[in-house]
Design a protein around this ligand. Sequence first.
Ligand code: ADP
Ligand code: ZN
Ligand code: ZN
Length: 742
Amino acid sequence: MYADIIIDITNEKLDKIFQYTVPKELEGKLAVGTEVLVPFGKGNKETRGYIVGFSETPGYDPAKIKEILAVPGESVGIETRLVALAAWMKESYGGTMIQALKTVLPIKRKEREREKKTLVLLVSPEEGEKRLRWYQKKNQKARARLLEALLSSPRLDYDLAREKLNITPPVVRALEEDGLLLTESSRVYRNPVQAGRKAGRQIAYTTEQAEAIRRFSEDYDRGLRRTYLVYGVTGSGKTEVYMAMIRKVVEAGRQAIVLIPEIALTWQTVLRFQRMFGDRVSILNSRMSAGERYDQMQRAKKGEIDVMIGPRSALFTPFPRLGLIVIDEEHEGSYKSEQVPRYHARETAVERARLEGAGVVLGSATPSLEAFYRCERGEYVLLRLPSRAGSGTLPRVRVADMREELKKGNRSIFSDSLRELMADRLQKGQQTMLFINRRGYAGFVSCRSCGHVIKCPHCDVSLSAHRGGRLVCHYCGYERPMVRTCPECGSPHIGGFKAGTQQIEEMVKREFPGARVLRMDADTTRRKDGHEKILSAFGDGEADILVGTQMIVKGHDFPNVTLVGVLAADMSLYTDDYRSAERTFQLLTQAAGRAGRGEGGGEVVIQTYSPEHYSIETAARQDYEAFYEEEIRYREIMGYPPAAHLLAVLLAAQDEEKLTTASAYLKEFAARLGSSGQLAVIGPASPHVGKVSDVYRKILYLKSEKYGMLVKAKDRMEQYIELNRGFRDIRIQFDFDPVHSF
Ligand code: ADP
Ligand code: ZN
Ligand code: ZN
């Protein structure tokens, strides 16, 4: 028996695993994560290490493999549990043990003195393509090269671009002057949470809040550690409930982690936690340097804080006695990692809590299908907060059928009802938010006259328009030519869906010349604090209308906003993946939640070409459960998560022909792995971006009702790939139950 051992886990390299033999007397006493003493290096210096895996075969000459000396046998440290968590992540999500360890363990890095610069694309892909053709025509090769790179990856490391693309500073400046890109420098925030005053504040919990807190506390006192879903509309007082639960845990001498998507983590939220827990709270955010993050992690380990608030990566805070993990807005896509290991924070939190003997509390106004499904099956405990706790009533929602507007001859982006309400608000001195539901690539094709959308006959997701006039399914690879007229009604008004925040801002100004308009999107929030500045200006009443993407729907309370307009609800409805209806429901519900946070209540207008679509209908009624029932039925029929599981296998190579052959072989191999009915293989298809800087990509999907079946399939595919020469120059990545499209 051999053990794989990692020696210095705080080393920034963290890339070597050494094999040792397990002596007879230790057999059966070791597990993944166990701390051991081993002879290391030339002098066989007695050194501490952690076991990260076992094997029965030696990796090299058995005579040269040294033996484990002993188990130090003190109390089990936090590292042991984190290493075990990493092993679980490697197993459940693929990737190497090293990649998993690097995700989970806080690593000390030497600070680089130099500022890190990033080049950020400022224009839409369409506009970029247009400029690209222009540069190419003018034979401005370096500019074209840089723009092309930015079009396939809108955030580029500056140093990397200089080195690998051979781009000089004048070229960067030229694109900057053309308004195509922006250079961003990473900045450092000192002291994330300054020592603040605790304020003894008493609120009288609503009956529902009190009930949720009581259920949790009773379970906790009885030693029951479970996963709870706090399902409550925006403003129902979920945060107050989390804080009460955390206080319970902290008073018992344990610590808590609070995950909040970065964009929703407002200064107000930090203050609320600080008022209850004083400076025993810390936060993590992506703008902190590696060194600062490491410092915060060390403070947690040393017991200097009780509560850590942060985005996904805060899940790995090395608290000595973790008691609770809270995941707010648990439905958010940002909880799924886009890097290997592609873990989901929700599932990983449940596993970490199991290893630590902690509880998990999830919260959302629009729970993920996954979380609600587990509640229905009795795996999670559902805690409901059905009404708003503070001031404010739920808004009135109406749906504007844009097909009717077209029939009436209204070709503007505003329906008559939205225009009238906006004029009314301007006159009353109240504020309006216009929300454009814009996602990365809305490549779908739809009919403006009847709302028909071209879908894949096999996968029931929208087809995407690709270059060269083809419509492609990103799951199975089905293709058909672009349509000129609507197959349903014959109308020629069929095509892609395009609208940007900037155009909308201009149209608002044209329509309402006296109105003061602010815009918030990726462009206007690039600068430091850009996001906060715009929101506080709007909150201060410096504008009448705020136009923005989904980022305006998160977090902030604006009591003077009495109207919310959703301009293109269909944009997220027909993205090319199975989660599009769910995402639409979430976005619409949250957008609606922005109206009427004050006394007067508010109104919401949802503009759409598909008013009869269930996700729009149920969002208009603010009826999550009706939405859930429809959606889970679709997932069950089509075999999509959470009713079944999906494993995406992404293949990438420079040689297109080799890639095509390899994907076909891998598909065949995968198809033989499970008997029919247990495992289905779909594809290979070309993903959204079929080629990234000269690397071609293909994707295969495996579907099974059993997650374990997919894990096994992944292991077998890995072995197959390793033994097969045809895969030598092909990079392969796995993504279980993918959240982001490729
Ligand atoms: P959520 O997290 O569900 O959006 P919050 O906890 O932020 O809700 O509460 C929304 C607002 O209502 C906050 O201003 C909060 O202080 C207030 N609030 C919450 N619970 C109560 C309560 N029991 N009594 C009075 N105000 C409350
Ligand atoms: Zn039509
Ligand atoms: Zn398909």
